[in-house]
Design a binder for this molecule. Structure first.
Ligand code: HEM
Length: 493
């Protein structure tokens, strides 16, 4: 009887096994690791034509990237660079994977190195041990509340000194250089305090160093790897900026080191500034005036260009969309009247916050963000099965993400208060939770909002940047008048 039952079940078991094997094979085929040479190319794949594309890409990168993003919005494509393929990773799932993968697998520093040629432009020790970023992540951010009155004081003085306007006078000024002057001064009030933050020789050197790093980094990357050790030092102006900074910072740093040696690390009256924060964690060779100067230059470089660009774009957006001016003035005046000029008061200026966030959305630093290099020996495997080999370069198409209509309604239209509205609507519909508190704020990062990147390396300076830029915008709308006429409309597409 039992044998009879088994015999009748046999075909079922056989078909079941066959179906199982079939399903397994289909699954394996669908999830077959996609090797790097199977990843679609935007542009040509031929040997010579891909080189031609790499040159065209230098001029037309945004077009290549937009085309790829439209074809593979949730996948990976590659574009030819002069000496390697750049893998462009799209879609929230894969973007999260890039952001959350540790440095030992996908390296932020190796990615940045290729872009800025750190060894030659910022210094070898910066490239080998970027410990200084910890000061931004911890002490600097922690001290924002305490140091805010200084930041506010510097904003007022810097606008007065740099703009030098008399009464109701109007005068033309080049926006980016003017903003660089103001931002470098305000940032350095926090970094090195008075009187150095007003020393024009020191500030000009920081601004020039920032410009040099960007320019020379790009120029050095145009040469093949084997030529860079020879060409790099010739192109880079690092030695000059370093010597200039050392002349000014050297005596101050020596005095601080001497004070610590004599009185211990917590000496009475120790300034609460970047020099002290660096000395709290620097070890060995890092505690020399030479190395500390390189770190101060590097933090200036990270802070000045990015924040000045962001504020410049915000000003252009404000002149293009002046209808935002009076509501922001009303908000800033009311909050300052009720709470005074404090860091906490800035949290109650949602229109100003939203305006800056929207301006960053439409004007991200470039077409790509979150540059990474695969440093793990075994390469990196995405959840969709794509495997990138050891040494591959990848990045995220921030601009395309920000202009994607599936991420934002009327994505190509500047809508300064869109995030303020979203926050109000969200709060009206949900019980506010811990996570909601900072949702859609200027500092909040997400796979669909990438001006500061997202994940493990998301900009640690964004808390300072947001405080500084919001305080600057609030000051500007209160103190200065709106543009008299609407300029021709700025186009985002
Ligand atoms: C509007 C202003 C700013 C923008 C748009 C910006 C943007 C960024 C971006 C996109 C990254 C890379 C994120 C990634 O690849 O995942 C980054 C990293 C970084 N930023 Fe900013 N940044 C700004 C201001 C600042 C300021 C003011 C500071 C310093 C006070 C700063 C310090 C840094 C540092 C140290 C890193 C490296 C992070 C790491 O080593 O993990 N940034 N920033």
């Amino acid at each position: 009887m039992d044998n009879l039952k088994l015999d009748s079940l046999k075909p079922l078991i056989q078909y079941g096994a066959l179906a199982g094997i079939g399903l397994f094979l289909v699954y394996k085929t669908m999830h077959k690791p996609k090797r790097e040479d199977e990843i679609p190319i935007v542009g040509s794949s031929g040997f010579l034509s891909s080189y031609l594309d790499a040159f065209t890409y230098l001029l037309k990168a945004p077009e290549f990237i937009q085309r790829g993003y439209e074809l593979y919005p949730n996948g990976i494509f590659r574009v030819a660079q002069l000496y390697h393929w750049e893998y462009i990773v799209c879609g929230p799932k894969l973007v999260k994977e890039v952001g959350n993968t540790p440095e030992s697998v996908l390296s932020f520093y190796a990615g940045v190195d290729e872009m800025t040629q750190t060894k030659y432009t910022l210094g070898r020790s910066i490239s080998e041990d970027p410990y200084h970023q910890l000061t931004v992540r911890s002490s600097l951010t922690r001290n924002l509340h305490t140091c805010f009155p200084d930041v506010r004081d510097e904003i007022v003085c810097a606008f007065d000194d740099v703009l030098q306007l008399q009464g109701s006078e109007w005068k033309p000024l080049p926006v980016l250089p003017t903003m660089m002057n103001i931002v470098s001064r305000v940032s350095n009030r926090l970094f090195v305090g008075l009187p150095l933050c007003r020393n024009t020789e020191y500030l000009d050197n920081n601004v020039q160093h920032t410009i040099d790093v960007v320019r020379s980094g790009m120029s050095i990357s145009l040469f093949p790897e084997f030529m860079r050790p020879t060409i790099g030092p010739l192109i880079s102006h690092k030695e000059l900026s370093w010597a200039r900074a050392l002349k000014i910072l050297g005596p101050i740093l020596e005095e601080r080191l001497a004070k610590e040696a004599e009185l211990g690390s917590d000496w009475p009256g120790k300034p609460n500034d970047l020099i002290s924060w660096l000395l709290e964690i620097a070890v060995g060779e890092q505690r020399t005036t030479e190395d500390l100067t390189l770190r101060i230059l590097a933090i200036n470089m990270a802070a000045i260009h990015t924040s000045s660009m962001a504020f410049t774009h915000a000003l252009f957006d404000l002149t293009t969309h002046p209808e935002h001016f009076l509501p922001m003035r009303e908000e800033a005046e009311r909050v300052v009247r009720e709470e005074g000029w404090t860091k906490a008061a800035l949290n109650n200026m949602p229109k100003i916050d939203s305006f800056l966030r929207e301006s960053q959305r439409l004007n991200p630093g470039g077409s790509l963000v979150m540059q990474r290099r695969v440093v793990s020996k075994d390469g990196f495997r995405f959840s969709d099965g794509t495997v990138l080999p050891h040494g591959a370069f990848m990045s995220i198409p921030s601009r395309a993400v920000h202009y994607d209509t599936s991420n934002y309604e009327n994505a190509a239209t500047f809508d300064g208060f869109r995030f303020e509205r979203e926050r109000v609507e969200h709060m009206a519909q949900h019980e506010p939770s811990e996570q909601d508190i900072f949702k859609r704020h200027m500092i909040s990062v997400a796979p669909d909002h990438l001006p500061f990147g997202t994940g493990k390396h998301a900009c640690p300076g964004r808390f300072f940047a947001a405080t500084e830029l919001k305080a600057m915008l609030a000051h500007l709308v209160i103190k200065y008048d709106p543009p008299l006429r609407k300029p021709t409309n700025k186009r985002y597409v």
